[in-house]
Design a protein around this ligand. Structure first.
Ligand SMILES: Cc1cc2nc3c(=O)[nH]c(=O)nc-3n(C[C@H](O)[C@H](O)[C@H](O)COP(=O)(O)O)c2cc1C
Length: 159
């Protein structure tokens, strides 16, 4: 069973999460999708693969996602395959050269998520960011299709 856990403030990460869930199910996987505040360790224990997604906020994952990563039980994710995604702002939408540099330099949610999960013994099999045109969205055109293709490739690679 795949467990997909995500957070979303404005709904864009949720759109990607739903697309990834659909894609995995269409490939014949049993999948449970949950918001990060609804997840529990028992469910994680039963998962063979975990998909984790968060909006990038202040060069990091969102606060609810960080809290989840903090409290997740290492026993329930050790040696499990984990696929990580985030959403992030389109650098082309930022006028200021300095801000553009800062956002790019600061990094995105996939990095801290991957790092924290690896520390607890997980195996990261894929990590990808999807772009929103502005802070509240919408997603750039084609991003949901890109998400679908990316997951298909990642699931094949990870097997
Ligand atoms: C408080 C806050 C901080 C943000 N910081 C970043 C950032 O550091 N880098 C970035 O690329 N996008 C940043 N963004 C844009 C978010 O990535 C964007 O709101 C998110 O991808 C939308 O996903 P959601 O609709 O699921 O919340 C930030 C947004 C908010 C609200």
């Amino acid at each position: 069973m795949i467990v997909l856990v995500y957070d979303s403030l404005f709904g864009n990460t949720a759109i990607i999460a739903h697309k990834l869930a659909d894609t995995a199910r269409k490939l014949g996987n049993e999948l449970v999708e949950m918001r990060v505040n609804e997840i529990n360790n028992d469910l994680l224990k039963n998962a063979s693969t975990l998909i984790v997604g968060s909006p990038t906020q202040n060069f990091n994952a969102s606060k609810p996602m960080l809290e989840f990563l903090e409290k997740v039980d290492a026993e329930s994710i050790k040696n499990k395959k984990i696929i990580v995604f985030d959403t992030r702002i389109d650098l082309n939408s930022i006028d200021s050269k300095f801000l553009k540099w800062l956002v790019n330099r600061g990094g995105y949610a996939t990095s801290p998520i991957s790092k924290k999960l690896k520390k607890k013994g997980a195996i990261i099999v894929g990590a990808e960011g999807f772009i929103v045109s502005d802070r509240e969205g919408p997603l750039l055109e084609g991003e949901t299709e890109r998400a679908e293709n990316w997951l298909k490739e990642t699931l094949i690679k990870g097997n």
